[in-house]
Design a protein around this ligand. Structure first.
Ligand code: GAP
Length: 513
């Protein structure tokens, strides 16, 4: 597990310097927890989205895609439970005027105790050397035992407070354990109150006509309300899925860690409609299928893990996360949830429309159960960038930063360099670019030395650089240089398309699924 604040800072700086991610409206000092994707970031993001879409929709005959509106009828959110229960417990510090999530303050406090325990264990391991038995130490050292007991008691009290919506006790606990404002050190707290995470706005241009609507906090509801439209018009037979990518909005109280938790983000969700009683079989299927998708990227297997939810939301009968080892440690990347018939059932109740499926196999009608896969595109982007960021010492003593992005996801696939800006080399380079640009995103670069041009392409993860020199004009060959090995090879121009295709094609990755 990594927890590397320096590395994270470097990745954020790299994203900005090389046109991947900028703070939103930066000329006005930015807007908190909102980011813009630059020329390379938008390319990488689109390629990740394409990979998801192809894996889900193109490879499954029984999954179709839709693109629903962000604005939805406000009753949607009453039915889904978001109006009443999509809340986080909020607390303000009266001195610093800073706002926090009360449960996160407690979680962070627990994290500090855990770190203390780990430090204690680490110190003992050093002291005792080879004879150290961690298990024995943890079960006998009084300081470790006291701290473990504290962790269990606080975690249990937090769980109960959240479950029973006991905000008074949550506040009492924060005071009892002496949590101070991380910024000011003050312990002068307000009451804890629930804060709904949905952004609202008004529909209609005349104030009197206006009705309150919401920016969707998840894309899933656009799928649920279209269940019948798609099932009927697509003549879909259960089991079948509806997939969608799109923006979602949450007024997160504490939004931080770069693009990990934002107020405007993008989701890629799929709802799989199944026969009641078969949902757990499909839940297991989608758990495995989604893990396979992640591992197809070729990242080390130990970077991913499942985290089963012990406490289930009221509408779920099974749920887990796929976690990724980000620079700040293992965190949720994707959720897989067996949501029963909760959503369709509620929409039936609130709309008065039947949302049932007639099963011709046994002549029964039922509200389908749903297994959902839900991944944040921005989080996936962060996973890819963090895993790809590599600092390398070269044989000649120099260093390079290279983004070892899986080639099929790289924003630019090929860079084409004329060795010199004269002697017909730029013209020949353009000719080659015209040949390749129909299939791949290419970039033409003629400034600076070839070495500097290589470094710039390494920094944005371009898998291939092609150099055109005087020999090219004589024998129609070029030098092609591969990003990771930095190996160079002289090849015929008419071989280029095949060489590049072999490396950057998405097909080979899709075949692994
Ligand atoms: N429809 C189910 C749903 O929305 P969720 O666990 O709340 O479930 C699913 O969100 C995924 O959306 C998460 O696993 C995460 O990748 C992404 N996500 C959620 N909130 C986010 C935020 N504030 N910023 C970025 N991504 C977020």
């Amino acid at each position: 597990m990594s927890n590397n604040a320096d590395l994270f800072k470097k990745i954020i700086a790299h994203c900005k310097e090389y046109g991947f991610v900028f703070p939103s409206s930066e000329i006005y000092d930015g807007l908190s927890a909102t980011y813009d994707y630059g020329q390379n970031g938008s390319g990488l993001k689109n390629n990740i989205k394409d990979f998801w879409w192809k894996a889900m929709v193109q490879l499954h005959e029984n999954i179709v895609g839709i693109d629903a509106a962000i604005f939805m009828h406000p009753t949607t959110w009453k039915a889904s439970g978001h109006l009443d229960a999509f809340n986080d417990p909020l607390i303000d510090n009266k001195d610093s005027k800073k706002r926090y999530r009360a449960d996160v303050l407690v979680e962070e406090y627990l994290e500090k105790i855990r770190a203390k325990v780990d430090k204690e264990v680490g110190k003992a391991a050093k002291r005792f050397g080879d004879s150290f038995d961690e298990q024995v130490f943890r079960s006998t050292n009084q300081r470790v035992l006291d701290n473990e007991q504290k962790i269990t008691a606080i975690s249990e009290r937090l769980r109960k407070d959240l479950e029973n919506n006991d905000l008074d006790d949550l506040k009492a606990m924060i005071e009892e354990i002496g949590i101070a404002d991380p910024v000011s050190g003050s312990k002068n707290w307000t009451e804890v109150r629930q804060f709904n995470l949905m952004f609202d706005t008004e529909l209609g241009s005349v104030a009197e006509d206006a009705s309150k609507i919401y920016l969707r906090p998840e894309t899933a509801q656009g799928i649920f309300v279209n269940y019948l439209n798609v099932q009927k018009t697509g003549r879909m037979k259960i089991p079948f899925g509806i997939a969608q990518t799109g923006k979602a909005f949450r007024n997160e109280i504490v939004a931080r860690q770069f693009i990990f938790r934002m107020r405007e983000f993008e989701q890629m969700e799929m709802q799989y409609f199944v026969k009641p009683g078969e949902e757990l079989k499909w839940y297991e299927y989608w758990k495995e299928a989604r893990m396979k998708w992640h591992k197809a990227l070729g990242f080390p297997a130990e970077k991913f893990r499942f985290h089963d939810h012990l406490k289930l939301a009221h509408y779920a009968n099974a749920a887990c996360d796929i976690e990724f080892d980000f620079p700040m440690g293992f965190k949720e990347l994707e959720g897989i949830h067996s949501r029963t018939d909760f959503d369709l059932g509620k929409h039936e109740e609130y709309s008065g429309k039947k949302l049932q499926y007639f099963d011709p196999e046994d002549n029964t009608s039922y509200v389908p159960y749903v297994v959902e896969t839900s991944i944040g595109l921005d989080r996936m982007f962060l996973a890819v960038i963090s895993q790809s960021y590599t600092e390398e010492k070269l044989d000649d003593g120099n260093e390079r930063v290279v983004l070892k992005i899986p080639p099929f996801l790289a924003p630019v696939k090929i860079a084409i360099f004329p060795l010199l800006k004269k002697d017909g080399l730029p013209e020949k380079s353009r000719e080659i670019m015209d040949l390749l640009k129909m299939d791949h995103h290419c970039l033409y670069e003629e400034k600076d030395t070839i070495g500097k041009r290589y470094r710039r392409m390494d920094a944005i993860g371009t898998p291939y650089c092609i150099t055109v020199d005087h020999q090219t004009l004589e024998d129609q060959t070029v030098t092609i240089r591969e990003r990771d090995s930095m190996e160079q090879e002289r090849v015929k121009i008419d071989q280029l398309a095949a060489i590049v295709h072999e490396k950057v094609s998405i097909n080979k990755v899709l075949q692994k699924l």
